[in-house]
Design a protein around this ligand. Structure first.
Ligand code: Q9C
Ligand code: ZN
Length: 342
């Protein structure tokens, strides 16, 4: 299996994030990708290639023009105002406030285009996210050219980013960009299976009223787990998209057998959909020792996950999402890919 490695990820390096009212060391770090790269290289799974430039257009198929304009210039604006270090939002247009007018104030636009204060916007956020999306488009090309699978090693992750906002450590929704590009290249049905511990609210929202992308996710119950405000089982799609969204929330601490039962249920739905391409939002924060998540998958479970996904039989594009047990991420990712390959 070929991999694309977004080596530009290093320019997105937050030092801290807000957690329970305090600044704590950032969880989403460059070291995460370094460990995966090391494990990939040691695994001999296949060639590891750099991304190539497909331009802004495929990203603009998913994200709003005003949001992208903001994101590209946000860090420079922050610095021009005297901001030091990373930028954080502090005010949001919640229910009853206007979100249809873009204020001039930078602080106001930070809130308009974000969903939480846990996502540091750094000097390199845009460049790293831009090249991450490019890497995903390269991974897509590999699969569209007829290979059975490809893996994209990138950060920041993507699945919490909506059409018009960042959050959950995500800025550009890589899975959505790849899915839309696959449709634009002529495919008719694309499935996204999100196995990250957290519900991919951004991905779900982007395709919620459409039948050409089926979004299925297994995740911590939003009643207690981030992103809290989306990811319930009764979210089944809207309009044309009714019946093309499936959520499998599980309580924190759920037994691994329950997780695999949900995987079977999700894949049964996707089998009926008969996608021409399966995109896997591959977060490994389902790992037992993940510091911010609450499932208990172990290394052999990741290998089994890969085997089950291989048995599904669709051309498969794996995109890296979360996973914060830094030193274990590489091993767990490679276990999935090895399980798939066998
Ligand atoms: N300080 C992904 O896994 N914050 N995003 C949790 C910990 C949000 C995770 C609080 C977690 C987002 C892609
Ligand atoms: Zn996650």
């Amino acid at each position: 299996m070929k991999s694309i490695y977004n080596h530009h990820h290093v320019v997105h390096a937050a030092t801290h994030e807000f957690f329970r009212g305090k600044l704590v060391p950032a969880f989403e770090t460059p070291a995460r990708a370094d460990y995966v790269l090391k494990a990939l290289q040691a695994s001999n799974l296949g060639e590891i290639l750099p991304p190539t430039d497909h331009g802004l257009a495929p990203i603009a198929r998913v994200h709003g023009e005003a949001y992208l304009r903001f994101l590209q210039g946000a860090y420079a604006e922050w610095r021009a105002l005297g901001g030091e270090g990373d930028a954080f939002p502090a005010v949001w247009p919640v229910k009853g406030l206007r979100n249809d007018v873009e204020p001039k104030s930078f602080a106001a636009r930070m809130g308009l285009y974000s969903m939480d204060s846990g996502t540091p916007l750094t000097a390199g956020s845009w460049d790293a996210a831009y090249w991450g999306a490019q890497a995903c488009l390269d991974g897509l090309d590999i699969v569209l050219r007829g290979e059975r699978s490809a893996y994209v090693l990138t950060r920041p992750p993507g699945h919490h980013a909506g059409a018009d906002f960042f959050g959950g450590y995500c800025f550009v929704n890589n899975a959505a960009v790849a899915a839309q590009a696959a449709l634009d290249s002529g495919l008719k049905r694309v499935a996204i299976l999100d196995v990250d511990f957290h519900h991919g609210n951004g991905t779900q929202a982007i395709f919620y009223d459409r039948a050409d992308v089926f979004y299925a996710s297994i995740h911590g119950d939003p009643m207690t787990e981030y992103p809290f405000f989306l990811g319930h089982a009764d979210e089944t799609g809207a309009g044309e998209g009714v019946g093309f969204n499936a959520n499998y929330p599980l309580p924190a601490g759920a037994p691994n057998a329950d997780w695999f039962a949900c995987l079977d249920a999700a894949l049964a739905r996707l089998r009926d959909y008969a996608p021409e391409l399966l995109i896997v939002s591959l977060g490994v924060d389902t790992y037992e020792d993940d510091p911010i998540s609450h499932f208990h998958l172990q290394p052999p479970d990741f290998e089994r996950m890969g085997q089950v996904l291989a048995a599904f039989g669709a051309p498969t594009l794996f995109l890296q999402e979360g996973g914060y047990a830094t030193e274990a991420i590489g091993h767990n990712v490679v276990a999935v890919l090895r399980g798939f390959q066998e």
